[in-house]
Write a protein that binds this ligand. Sequence first.
Ligand code: GFB
Length: 320
Amino acid sequence: MPIEPTYPLAGKRIWVAGQRGMVGAAVVRRLAGLGCAIIPDRSPRLDLRRQADVEAWLEEVRPDAIVIAAARVGGILANDSYPVDFLEDNLLIQTNIIGTAHRIGVERLLFLGSSCIYPRMADQPITEAALLTGQLEETNQWYAIAKIAGIKLVQAYRRQHGRDYISAMPTNLYGPGDNFDFNSSHVLPALIRKAHNAKASGAESMTVWGSGTPRREFMHVDDCADALVFLLQNYSDAEHVNVGTGDDIAIRDLAGLVSKVVGFDGGIVLDSSRPDGTPRKLLSNEKLARLGWTPKVALEDGIRSTYRWFLEQPSIRALA
Ligand code: GFB
């Protein structure tokens, strides 16, 4: 039986911060048809790192609810190479939006974090209770600290000011609108492009970073957006909620699966000069399941539809 939402979205004015990004765009797609008004981003783009810009913008548009999908994001190399950007930009963006939302009386806010907030050696699958129980992974500690601060700020506004603001922690995401740039992307779009290029050029192999043994959990961004809209409508508590699929895969096997989907039948060369990062980060999705939500997109289907999307983007295929 469908759950009656505790925060129905019909008639609400919603601003999705980061609506041009992969996650924000998917949330906007998911919200269409729910009877809410989605506030489009101002053009030229406002700089969410500047408090005055954020205040002026939110005072002008006065949303009822906000989803914060805006963040400085990237894969293992970008995280490791630009610690200031990942720490400072994210602290600024989230603090500006959350604080201003409170000051102008925004009713409801959903903040998004990431599975890298958890300790590097957390027990698997990782429950929400594992937060702050151990050392972080070094390559993305800067991003993780910013996201942990965001969770705590949301909790602090709930405790000190009674604000109905919540946080969700998605696992590694992929899908249409992803970043396919080798220097800044996550692994899945990188492997799609590498397999495609290798097939197109008739190469015998493609390069996979690290040892190939780390395990990652991958969720299609449309599944994630569905879960986020579900939480926005139904969840109201201080603790963050994991958003995952419950399954993970070794990077070497992922490379095999991507090769199969793309139709590349060459081999894989491991580049051990590149970092592995966290050995494993599989989220426990039990809490979300108890609330009444389960994922729908199988990994191979999701990779297939993302590859189709990639093939329709000449500007991405033409990247050097
Ligand atoms: O997706 P990814 O960049 O980030 O890398 P994380 C995942 C794993 O895939 C690592 C390996 O073990 C990489 O070494 N890998 C293999 C590759 N080939 C490639 C490749 O061509 N490109 C990339 N990028 N990786 C990020 C965090 O961690 O995940 C962020 O840095 C965030 O903070 C995000 O949490 C979701 O999964 O290691």
